[in-house]
Design a binder for this molecule. Structure first.
Ligand code: PHB
Length: 392
């Protein structure tokens, strides 16, 4: 039954797409971007940020590219991969979208990869960050980041700054396992000791028992990765359990001191050092303009790294459509996405033509209070970092 269903889908996709790109072009049909995001549920902040960023991009750059009207079709997958898959199928077969984009979490991005491959539709991953996603389909292009890419820098910083022993605490799925592996290997290589590796479930995590264990083990620092949206809960419980007072420092990837939530985390976040590819405090003209426009369009909401992944994802799609002279077509679009170089609000970046993954700067940042607000203030940079996950 399942097999039958799948081959039906394959045929439906093939029929739906035969010659559709050139026909659509000839008829001046709109160019459709199917944006699948978690708009509700545990990952809703990611959906809210990316949708706002995509709309900002369109407001700033117009809704017509090379004569084609751009149509953004937003769908809520509630971060359940079965929903993501179903929505992607509908978007390809019924709506005949030219590009699939979004994908708040790794399981959602992976669920769509076979559909992207079968239908030759570019899958622009704007959020999910497990290294292996780009290998799941030759049609995946990523504008977010990878956990190996950002975890190594903090593992280099820590031992030079008095941290000789750590416990790691990560969410138990793709990006968490990547963060644990790449942080630990590098930290041990640098002479550090990993006393324990703890993993919390993705759905409804309770950090309390894990933090108690960390308190008992008393490492110099706790290294944390949790996905965007869960950072405030970790920070709050870290403070409530008096971990900082017990002399345990918190280090993390920037997913934890997420700009979407940072300002509400309170003083327990002050001084926390993280490594990441984007801070709303990044001191460039391009970023200042981006943050100002984003806040203005969204009732003061501060953009986070998810917003930047969405904004740059739209840029990559617009540029690709321009390069095909408005013609589109999965393979032509994909070829035009590879190798794009641009200045992002995060800093300089490009899409590696071989891996289809983003190459970008990784920054070390410290949470500081400025004008009464909390910011991830960058104090060091590692330039042009490729995903280290790809060379293994
Ligand atoms: C992911 O599921 O790949 C993911 C989600 C949120 C993050 C990082 C990675 O902050």
């Amino acid at each position: 039954m399942r097999q039958h269903k799948r081959s039906f889908l394959k045929t439906a996709i093939a029929v739906a797409l035969a010659g559709s790109a050139s026909l659509a072009f000839a008829q001046g049909a709109p160019f459709k971007i199917g944006l699948i995001l978690p708009m509700t549920g545990q990952q809703a902040t990611t959906g809210r940020q990316i949708e706002a960023a995509a709309k900002l991009w369109m407001a700033q750059n117009g809704d017509t590219v090379a004569g084609r009207k751009i149509e953004l079709v937003v769908k809520d997958d509630t971060s359940l991969p079965d929903q993501t898959r179903r929505l992607a199928q509908e978007l390809v077969v019924n709506d005949k979208v030219d590009v699939l984009a979004g994908f708040g979490i790794t399981p959602s991005a992976l669920a769509v990869a076979p559909i992207a491959t079968q239908s030759k539709t570019p899958e622009v991953v704007m959020a999910a960050a497990t290294s292996s996603i780009t290998e799941a389909s030759p049609y995946v292009v990523r504008t977010s980041f990878t956990l190996p890419q950002v975890s190594v820098a903090i593992a280099d910083w820590a031992p030079k700054n008095g941290i000789k022993s750590v416990v790691t605490l990560v969410t138990d799925y793709g990006p968490g396992i990547d963060a644990e592996k790449y942080f630990s290997e590098r930290f041990i290589l640098n002479g550090g000791k990993v006393m324990d590796k703890l993993r919390v479930p993705l759905r409804n995590p309770d950090f309390a028992p894990f933090l108690q264990k960390v308190r008992d083990l008393k490492p110099d620092a706790l290294f944390v990765f949790v996905p965007s949206g869960a950072g405030a809960a970790v920070m709050k419980q870290f403070g409530e359990r008096g971990m900082d007072k017990a002399g345990i420092r918190l280090i993390a990837t920037g997913d934890v001191t997420d700009d979407d939530q940072l300002n509400d985390m309170g003083d327990v976040a002050l001084g926390v050092v993280t490594s990441h590819h984007y801070s709303a405090a990044h001191p460039s003209v391009a970023n200042r303009k981006f943050v100002e426009a984003f806040e203005k369009a969204n009732k003061g909401m501060r953009p986070n790294f998810m917003a930047v992944g969405g904004y740059d994802g739209m840029r990559v799609i617009y540029e690709a459509l321009k390069k095909t002279g408005g013609k589109g077509g999965g393979d032509a679009l994909l070829a035009a996405m590879k190798g794009q170089i641009f200045e992002s609000p995060r800093g300089p970046a490009y899409i590696d033509a071989q891996t289809r993954d983003i190459v970008q700067n990784v920054y070390l940042r410290k949470v500081e209070k400025k004008d009464g607000k909390l910011w991830n203030v960058e104090f060091d940079v590692i330039k042009d970092v490729k995903d280290p996950g790809k060379s293994k």
